[in-house]
Design a protein around this ligand. Sequence first.
Ligand code: GTP
Ligand code: MG
Length: 384
Amino acid sequence: METNFIDYVKIVCRSGKGGRGSAHMHRAKYNPNGGPDGGDGGRGGNIYLRGNRNYWTLLHLRYDRHIFAGHGGNGSKNGSHGSDGEDRYIDVPCGTVVYNADTGRYICDVTTDGQLVMLLKGGRGGLGNRHFATATNQAPRYAQPGEPMQELTVIMELKMLADVGLVGFPNAGKSTLVNAISSAHPKIAGYPFTTLEPSVGVVSYRDNRSFVMADIPGIIEGASEGKGLGLRFLRHIERNSVLLFMIPADTDDIRHDYEVLLHELATYNPEMLAKRRLLAVTKTDIIDDELMQMIAPTLPDDLPTIFISAVTGFNITELKDMLWQALDADSDDTLVHRDKPITTLHDELEAEGEDLDIIYLDDDEIEEAEDLEDLEDLGLPRPT
Ligand SMILES: Nc1nc2c(ncn2[C@@H]2O[C@H](COP(=O)(O)OP(=O)(O)OP(=O)(O)O)[C@@H](O)[C@H]2O)c(=O)[nH]1
Ligand SMILES: [Mg+2]
């Protein structure tokens, strides 16, 4: 599927290595044995993640999959300190969750504009020989190498930070509601899977207040195992604090359909069940009052329910009131991000169209990393 809505990317990050300390000996015309004057190496660049509300997808990262910070400069004579390596900032939309691509472990998430998270620290610079002069060895001819760089391959996933997420089968009327009450205008049509990518819209509420609603593609039975558009989009309602279930009024067994939807969410992530839920019976303009009276007692009773019609506007204000109340009551959103199971990680990468191989350090870089071990053999301190 060709799309600009990218919510999953794998990228390789590398911090900079520390610069080497210098082992220079000071020499001057009348002072041929001036002693050690080697400066310290500079630190390697760090890699940071930065929340940026101007980004709505991870598309920009698809074109920049290798993010390398600068290396620290080497120390030199006259105690001259090497330059620090350039830091790199990765701008991500708010709601980005980061995992280790090799192990599936959750690393961090970025939820607010301007939030900075250090993903990788640059190597410390090595100390120059000046630091190693002692009473018995006044002219040490060694200096420390810098610390090596670090490399990490990460998966970034965008999980939208909307207040209300819509949950329903295809054709339930989700996009119609979003069109009717929010600033977003997703496409509406009388066939399943009209909506192929999620979108968010702002719903204005009384007294200049507002909340954000996410329209996502319809869910079908088996979605949590990848059926339909399935798993790809369930992650976008993981972060919503309130879930609005939507089931059309002409459905044979509304309670059964509700349970199927609930089951899919629970299979995907059991914590979804901890969210506040509401049920809207949609398209009530196609049934008469009498039928509505008959349906009412059959609805599930573990959540607030309401009959609506986005076409006639029936109960839409009441629905907004209910949503606002639920949002108000829910102030502590505590989603625990789960690690990705290593057993399914490769399948997931493949399904998302991301390549599977991982880039390793090249040979001479590994050699440098080993240099550092030698320091300990020599009984020298590691860089501090
Ligand atoms: N009569 C009536 N029809 C509605 C109402 N809401 C939606 N529809 C119709 O139902 C069909 C599906 O509506 P959508 O809003 O596209 O449904 P959706 O849930 O977004 O569907 P997917 O994007 O495929 O998941 C369209 O033909 C709408 O015109 C309603 O309140 N009353
Ligand atoms: Mg839709």
